[in-house]
Structure formats: structure tokens, C-alpha cells
Design a protein around this ligand. Structure first.
Ligand code: KIV
Length: 264
């Protein structure tokens, strides 16, 4: 088997073949996810909450992401792994280059940054220096203190237009992938159709090219605190491997996310 690359994701978009991604933080789970058909994994700074027990992603450092990226890579050598650049580690060009290089050395294929058009020069600089970039728009958890909580984004017409302009600016700057989090279905559809790069949604309805879930939400570990857009696949499958397979199949067949997991 060959490694999954961004070329595969682009081809899947062209073929309108939906794909499932998931967050992973260690080798045991990344191996299990890969064996059950997941080819794309994110070492998200959500680990600040899921692994470290914080109430936000802000305390997470590059060393934390590096450690978990190494673990995930060992478990899934052939997966496409993208890793989050942590809060305030891409504020200046010098800092951005050194922090991104740490993540790539740890085994990431791509780094993910949260933010809109203002990040375009950063995306361009990283791409020119051989660091592939995934953008992240909508509910960007590193901005929780600006948003005043974890809220749906892009609901007004002007916010929706701004988000679309941001997405186009990131693509134009060289971003190769985009995560859209917690936005109305219609906006996610607009963005997915407007971009030629693959768009992965979370809480963004089923019109995006791919879906991603935080593994703790998909496997019922988050329990009652899980967001509305998530589904506990373990609850219905009763078996870890079957739960992951169901997630993959339901995404590929367009059954997940369903209407009850979507925002308007
Ligand atoms: O950190 C993370 O896990 C993420 C996902 C929610 C997309 O950014």
C-alpha cells in the first residue's frame, strides 16, 4: 500500500468521493483508525482538552503537538497526517518557520493554521518553503476569547461572505486543504463548491468533501458534553473497530452527518 497524499484527496474531491478523517493523539488509536479505513488524521490542539484536561486549546505548546505527532505517525506510517500549529506560534515569520519545521520533522505531512485572509502571507511563505498548509475557518477554537464562547459562525450574510472571501484568499495563497468548523450547511456548500482544494467539515453539514470528528466525540468518551454535530458511533456498534468502520462508511455514503447534526 502507498502513503495517502494530498493528491489522493484532490482526486477524491474531483470524483465526489467523500472521505472520513479523525483526530488522533497516540499510536494505538492511529493504527486502529488506519486499519479500519481512515487515511487522514489530525493531531489537533483539541488534545489540550481531550488528553490534557484543559478547558481550551490555548495552553497547548508545539512540544505537545510534536510529541503526539510522533506517536500518531508511528502507528500510521501511511496516513496523511496534519498537525495543528498551537496558539500564538505563527505570529511572526521566523517563529512560524521554526515551529512548522518542528511539526514536519515529527512526521506531519501538513500543518493547520486557524484564521482568514490575514494569514494569506503566512500560508504563502510556508508553502514556498515546502510546508503544505491546511486552513481552518468558522469556529476557530484558538479565538474562543474573541468569540466569547464556542458558537456557530457565518450565520449573517456579511459573515458568510467574509468567510467565503477568506477561504478563497487562503486557497489563492497556496493552502491545499481547508477545515470548516461549525458553520451553516448552505455556507459550507458554497465554500466547498467555490474551492478547488478539498474541504473537510466538522459541524458543517454533509456537503463538504470530507468530514472530521474529534475521536473522543465519535467514540462516546465525551459523553453528555459532546457537541450536537457529533455522533457516538460506539453506542450503536458496541465494538470499537465496528464503530470506526461505521463512521467511515456513513461518511462515504453521505449518511453522516445527518440533519440533526447540522446547523442552518
Ligand atoms: O484541534 C482539533 O481537533 C481540530 C478539529 C476540531 C478540526 O481543529
Amino acid at each position: 500500500m502507498k502513503p495517502t497524499t494530498i493528491s489522493h484527496l484532490r482526486q477524491w474531491k474531483q470524483e465526489q468521493r467523500k472521505f472520513a478523517a479523525i483526530t488522533a493523539y497516540d499510536a494505538s488509536f492511529s493504527r486502529l483508525f488506519f486499519e479500519q479505513g481512515i487515511r487522514v488524521m489530525l493531531v489537533g490542539d483539541s488534545l489540550g482538552m481531550t488528553v490534557q484536561g484543559h478547558d481550551s486549546t490555548l495552553p497547548v505548546t508545539t512540544s505537545d503537538i510534536v510529541y503526539h505527532t510522533r506517536c500518531v505517525r508511528r502507528g500510521a506510517p501511511l496516513a496523511l497526517i496534519f498537525s495543528d500549529m498551537s496558539f500564538m506560534t505563527y505570529a511572526t515569520p521566523e517563529q512560524t518557520f521554526s515551529q512548522a519545521a518542528e511539526l514536519m520533522r515529527a512526521g506531519a505531512n501538513m500543518v493547520k493554521l486557524e484564521g482568514g485572509s490575514w494569514l494569506a502571507p503566512t500560508v504563502k511563505m510556508l508553502t514556498e518553503r515546502a510546508v503544505p498548509v491546511c486552513g481552518h475557518l468558522g469556529l476557530t477554537p484558538q479565538s474562543v476569547n474573541i468569540f466569547g464562547g464556542y458558537k456557530i459562525q457565518g450565520r449573517s450574510e456579511s459573515d458568510a461572505n467574509q468567510l467565503l472571501a477568506d477561504a478563497l484568499a487562503l486557497e489563492e495563497a497556496g493552502a491545499q486543504l481547508l477545515v470548516l468548523e461549525c458553520v451553516p450547511v448552505a455556507l459550507a456548500k458554497r465554500v466547498t463548491e467555490a474551492l478547488s482544494i478539498p474541504v473537510i467539515g466538522i459541524g458543517a453539514g454533509n456537503a463538504t468533501d470530507g468530514q472530521i470528528l474529534v475521536m473522543h466525540d465519535a467514540l462516546g468518551i465525551t459523553g453528555d458534553a459532546a457537541p450536537k454535530f457529533a455522533r457516538d458511533f460506539l453506542a450503536t456498534s458496541g465494538d470499537l473497530r465496528a464503530a470506526v468502520r461505521t463512521y467511515v462508511q456513513d461518511v462515504e455514503q453521505g449518511l453522516f452527518p445527518a440533519e440533526e447534526h447540522s446547523f442552518h
